[in-house]
Design a protein around this ligand. Structure first.
Ligand SMILES: C[S@@+](CC[C@H](N)C(=O)[O-])C[C@H]1O[C@@H](n2cnc3c(N)ncnc32)[C@H](O)[C@@H]1O
Length: 257
């Protein structure tokens, strides 16, 4: 007999297209159990019935399962490698780069890419696709307004140039916002665009099962041009890059052969 959680996962998949079985189970179970207990439900069955009758609960569930934390220039040293080594090499081949920030959350990551690229090419030449499964974070990303703590790693010159302050919050400038197109996309179910020079996918693969990761590495590899770069998060090293047609270019950067 299917467990309470498996049945819940089935129901959620039918309702939203999100396949919970591709996310690491222990972690997801812990997060969702604590959420439904806090709401006063006894088990996943009761919780699902409540979700069916209250769209607010569905939103809250999506919020909890997707973990949206992000910040500008997250793991600063890696972005220095992108700026000083990876991008100059990519730009030797192509003047305009096709760039994708996959699982972009509230937008800090694609805006960081735009700010870094703007040091190397004119802003008009920059166009970045940014996707996430969660409508709420995409709406916030489009607004481009952030608390100070999201900007801790932003270099002072960039902060001065591309942010304005309003009521204690920081707003990304329109010229940077114009370079990013946000779209909703489920990495585990939707098709990928292709011919990218650079794909940045950080701090989401850790939540997926090994099978799901394996499939995604293949899809990311297929979505890159030859010599295109795949940039992952600082706990997401690929241990067998060769089996996906990748070569290690630097720590956490893989080049498509
Ligand atoms: C921790 S954030 C990472 C944000 C950013 N990439 C960074 O490193 O700062 C993880 C994001 O992955 C998104 N996500 C989770 N599952 C996803 C899926 N199947 N497809 C697309 N995005 C997903 C979540 O909505 C969340 O915004």
């Amino acid at each position: 007999m299917a467990s309470d959680y498996e049945k819940f996962a089935d129901q959620i998949k039918r309702k939203t297209g999100i396949d919970l079985s591709l996310y690491k189970e222990a972690q997801m179970l812990r997060r969702l159990t604590s959420l439904y207990e806090k709401k006063g439900y006894q088990n996943f069955g009761e919780y699902y019935n409540a979700i069916e009758n209250d769209p607010k609960l569905l939103h809250e569930f999506l919020d909890r399962m997707t973990i949206n934390v992000s910040e500008f220039y997250r793991n600063g040293k890696r972005w220095e490698v992108l700026e000083n080594k990876i991008l100059p090499k990519l730009l030797e081949k192509n003047k305009t780069l096709k760039v994708w920030s996959a699982a972009c959350s509230t937008g800090e990551e694609p805006y960081t890419i735009a700010m870094i690229l703007s040091k190397l090419v004119p802003l008009q030449q920059i166009s970045i696709l940014a996707t996430d499964i969660d409508d709420n974070v995409i709406a916030r990303a489009k607004m481009g307004v952030y608390p100070e703590r999201s900007l801790q790693e932003v270099p002072p010159d960039i902060k001065k140039r591309y942010f304005s302050t309003e009521g204690g919050f920081y707003k990304v400038s329109d010229e940077i916002k114009r370079t990013v197109t946000f779209k909703k996309q489920n990495l585990l179910a939707d098709r990928f665009d292709s011919n990218f020079d650079l794909i940045v996918c950080r701090n989401v693969l850790i939540y997926f099962t090994e099978d799901a990761k394996d499939l995604l590495y293949k899809k990311f590899s297929a979505a890159l041009k030859q010599d295109g770069i795949f940039f992952v998060g600082s706990t997401e090293q690929i241990f067998n890059p060769g089996s996906y047609g990748f070569e290690t270019e630097d720590t956490f950067f893989y080049r498509k052969k």
